[in-house]
Design a protein around this ligand. Structure first.
Ligand code: FE2
Length: 479
């Protein structure tokens, strides 16, 4: 049962209309609800009112009517234009208020959607790992629409598959996808359907330009309420906004990949200039990464450190192969020229808008803690963290590599040489981090090819040696 009073936000005009019809036009007014029960009345109660008419309120659902009664038909007919005017005014008030209510609800919904998007955007800004972004988006949407389970299956860089899940095993995703393929073969828009087990499924395609690049699926278990139209609308809106973001992220990721591959190709070109330093930049990048991981650098820092490792000898591109690969002793002039390679690196990289830490790491790897290095003669922490990391990685690789004038130094001896330069040449923290990386790397993958020279016993000996060396480095620090 419903009455016009329940629908009006402001009932003052209704009351004034009833007063006017009752007092000015001398009518008996009765307000009826949708079931015909009187909810209010005014005027001429004791009078004889043989003429009466029922005027229903014009609205989408039955909200009752108003009954106007007069002593005779003539009086009722004379009053009718006034009655109809009041009814029209009430109907337009109903319409205005309904529109206002709907607009307020829409604005509230829009505001909550904007808040949601803002929250998600804040979480994914700065994350360059595409899969992590998808995972955050999936978890946030699942939480917002109270989905028990969900997954996103889409394309990553170079079109490889990316699948992230929320509360689902891979087998459950496979089974849900099979059922979607069978039941929703060509669903090009967001839809809700009931699963075979009675649970609710919300499906949204992820679109890129004109094609579909993936799908977002949310599940709610049988026995719980089905997804609602407003939840479907929310996912649809999010998909519309996020799809271009997905595409941008994917392109950005591809660009990052392309950039890294270009840097690697450059590094390979530099290493190729000198047969004795073949693979040097790659190994330095690997050792630097191992140190960075021990220092718990974040993924962006590690990414930049790896690039700085690849680029650290870029300036050698400007030095003749005859000098770089000279088997005998270098002349002072040749040595001075080789010492210029960090300056050349700086000149090559300056015009490119690289993060400053990459640039610093690349050009400061020959600086030494006591200020005896080059090109800037920087000392201590005036040398950037990346510079101090790459210095250790660079010297370790130089020592463990064969040179035209000497054999490769064994791993233990190389580490001992590094330790001998602790605080004076190299940052103690970086040496300890490197030894720690080698210790935690059970199969010594970090050492790569140079571990091939170690026998099984040597590997065990190396572990024991690393423990003793750490103790030495730490105790020297305490002193
Ligand atoms: Fe160098």
């Amino acid at each position: 049962m419903a009455s016009i009073r329940d629908y009006l936000f402001d009932t003052a005009f209704l009351d004034r209309s009833i007063d006017y019809l009752a007092e000015t036009l001398q009518l008996a007014i009765t307000l009826l609800d949708s079931e015909g029960t009187p909810v209010a009345g005014r005027g001429n109660e004791g009078c004889d009112t043989p003429a009466s008419r029922v005027y229903p309120f014009r609205f989408s659902s039955d909200i009752g009517s108003i009954v106007c009664a007069a002593p005779n038909q003539d009086l009722l007919s004379q009053a009718e234009p006034h009655i109809l005017y009041c009814l029209a005014s009430l109907n337009s008030q109903l319409l205005r208020e309904t529109e206002l209510r709907e607009t307020s609800e829409e604005m509230l919904q829009l505001s909550s959607q904007l808040n949601f998007l803002f929250k998600v955007a804040k979480k994914i800004i700065g994350i360059d790992d595409l899969k992590k972004c998808y995972q955050i988006i999936l978890d946030e949407i699942s939480q917002a629409i109270k989905a028990d389970q969900g997954f996103i299956h889409t394309k990553g860089r170079w079109d490889e598959d990316i699948r992230v899940t929320h509360g689902m095993t891979d087998e459950e995703v496979d089974s849900a996808q099979k059922s979607i393929c069978l039941r929703l073969p060509a669903a090009g828009s967001t839809i809700i359907c009931t699963r075979e087990d009675g649970g609710s499924l919300l499906y949204s395609p992820i679109k890129e330009k004109d094609s579909q690049s993936g799908q977002m699926v949310f599940l709610r278990a049988a026995g719980h309420r089905a997804f609602s139209a407003s939840e479907k609308q929310l996912v649809g809106i999010i998909e519309n906004i996020i799809s271009p973001t997905f595409e941008t992220l994917r392109l950005y990721d591809s660009l990052q990949d392309l950039y890294l591959n270009t840097v690697k190709a450059l590094a390979a070109a530099i290493d190729a200039k000198d047969e004795y330093t073949h693979g040097h930049s790659f190994r330095v990048a690997k050792y630097a990464l191992a140190i960075g991981e021990q220092l718990r650098l974040d993924s962006q820092q590690l990414n930049d450190l790896e690039i700085a490792g690849y680029m650290h000898d870029l300036g050698k591109i400007g030095i003749s192969e005859l000098i770089l690969g000279k088997p005998g002793r270098l002349t002072c002039e040749e040595f001075r020229l080789i010492q210029k390679h960090p300056v050349f690196t700086d000149k090559i990289l300056q015009p490119i808008k690289l993060p400053i830490r990459i640039l610093e790491g690349a050009i400061q790897h020959h600086e030494r803690m006591d200020g005896s290095g080059y090109p800037g003669g920087l000392a201590g922490t005036d040398i950037s963290q990346f510079g101090r990391i790459i210095a250790v990685a660079d010297v370790f690789d130089a020592l463990t590599s064969k040179r035209p004038y000497r054999d490769a130094m064994p791993v233990e001896e190389s580490l001992r040489t590094l330790c001998a330069g602790m605080d004076t040449l190299f940052d103690r923290e970086m040496i300890i981090a490197f030894i720690s990386a080698l210790r935690s790397d059970q199969s010594k993958e970090v050492l790569g090819d140079i571990k091939m020279g170690l026998k099984h016993d040597d590997l065990q000996n190396l572990n024991q040696f690393l423990i003793e060396l750490t103790e030495f480095a730490m105790s020297a620090k305490r002193e």
